[in-house]
Design a binder for this molecule. Structure first.
Ligand code: ZN
Length: 375
């Protein structure tokens, strides 16, 4: 990831490069931007720029030894940390067992959210954290001499996943930095960070991407036709991670059958059918229930895309399209966000081991109210 590959944020990039050129590099910086805004991409481009041995005013060179190591994200003075979970039977809670998966995920494009990270490592949101042990390990690593003799850079994704004791350990590192160390914290929700940390880091505000800019970037970097990208991005408000997620969701025939029957039962407040469907919902097990809920979210989003008037760009099979045309009028600005939140919460609950049937019955009752809300 070089600056030229970062979507948008040209002015921010210029500012970061100018700082690096003049040697004004704060040792702790917080890249704060919403999911899909490219805060991680920007942090990686900046780290690469700091390490590049033949950088120009415009960018890292792309061909020096350091840049070559960045191509596989394996520079010896580039350290990564991120939320992870404790592997079964392991005494240590360290990011080490997840480092390869992390590099692989980032190399697919640093525009992803927690959902994609969870899928990559097979965890669930509730378990993800950054441990005290991890913070101690980072203290140790950053205390070592740099291999290449230049900067030691840490990119820590989602510092908000640090618990208070972890954050306090990191605070020590921020207050008493080791020599030639730069810590880049990449946050989606900086307001969840300890105020003591927020006040000691230099903040880099990464704004939500403008839709045209994001669409052009999705076309260049992810091969999505600009018109389709723009359509997806309208629904996700410029969030590239969510737009790519939406594009990747497709359900089985069984998911579709269940979704159609479920929406009809919810609308009709038909509790007999809802109870029967709760069994169908729970039958495929936890992963199956999660997949179905993602499918339901996908259908919901597609209905909204359709409502924007771009029927030809809706990503649905013929059967789905026929249903969506009838269903879409019931989805509108007055209920779509609440419905989305409901399905996302159900996904989290299922991942967190809540009983599937209970979750299903609960959201069915709430969906009935939302579906009957006037647009
Ligand atoms: Zn270089």
């Amino acid at each position: 990831m070089r600056f030229e590959q970062v979507i948008g944020h040209q002015a921010l990039g210029e500012k970061l490069r100018a700082g690096a050129q003049s040697g004004r590099v704060a040792h702790a910086q917080l890249f704060n931007g919403p999911e899909g805004s490219g805060a991680l991409a920007l942090a990686i481009a900046y780290a690469r720029y700091l390490h590049c041995t033949s950088r120009t005013e415009a960018d890292a060179c792309g061909s020096c030894a350091s840049c070559k190591q960045y191509d596989t994200l394996q520079h010896p003075d580039l350290h990564w940390s991120f939320p992870f979970f404790r592997k079964d039977g392991s005494d240590h809670a360290l990011s080490q067992p997840f480092q390869a998966a992390w590099r692989e995920r980032v190399l697919q494009g640093p525009y992803f959210g927690q959902e994609e990270w969870l899928t990559a490592i097979g965890g669930d949101r509730k378990q993800l954290f950054i441990s005290v042990q991890e913070a101690m390990e980072l203290n140790r690593k950053l205390g070592l001499k740099a291999f290449a003799g230049g900067w030691k850079v840490l990119i820590l994704w989602l510092p908000e996943a640090m618990r208070v004791d972890t954050a306090n350990k990191m605070l020590k590192l921020i207050e008493e930095p080791t020599d030639r160390t730069v810590m880049l914290f990449v946050s989606e929700q900086a307001n969840q960070l300890l105020a003591t940390i927020r006040s000691r880091v230099q903040q880099v505000q990464v704004p939500r991407l403008d839709i045209d800019m994001a669409a052009a970037g999705m076309e260049t970097h992810f091969g999505v036709a600009a018109s389709e990208a723009a359509n997806l991005l309208h629904v996700t408000d410029g969030n590239i991670a969510a737009a790519l997620r939406m594009r990747g969701e497709a359900g089985s025939d069984e998911d579709h059958r269940l979704f159609v029957a479920w929406m009809r039962a919810c609308y009709a407040h038909d509790s007999v059918t809802t109870v029967a469907l709760a069994d169908d919902f729970a039958k495929p097990g936890r992963e199956g229930m999660k997949r179905f809920l993602r499918y339901a979210l996908h259908m919901l989003r597609q209905c909204i895309v359709g409502n924007y008037g771009a029927q030809t760009l809706v990503r649905l099979t013929e059967t789905e399209r026929q249903f969506a045309q009838k269903f879409a009028p019931f989805i509108h600005h007055g209920n779509v966000l609440d419905m989305q939140e409901l399905l996302e919460r159900a996904h989290r609950d299922i991942a967190g081991n809540v009983n599937g049937k209970l979750v299903f019955m609960d959201i069915s009752a709430r969906l009935n109210i939302l579906l009957r809300k006037a647009g």
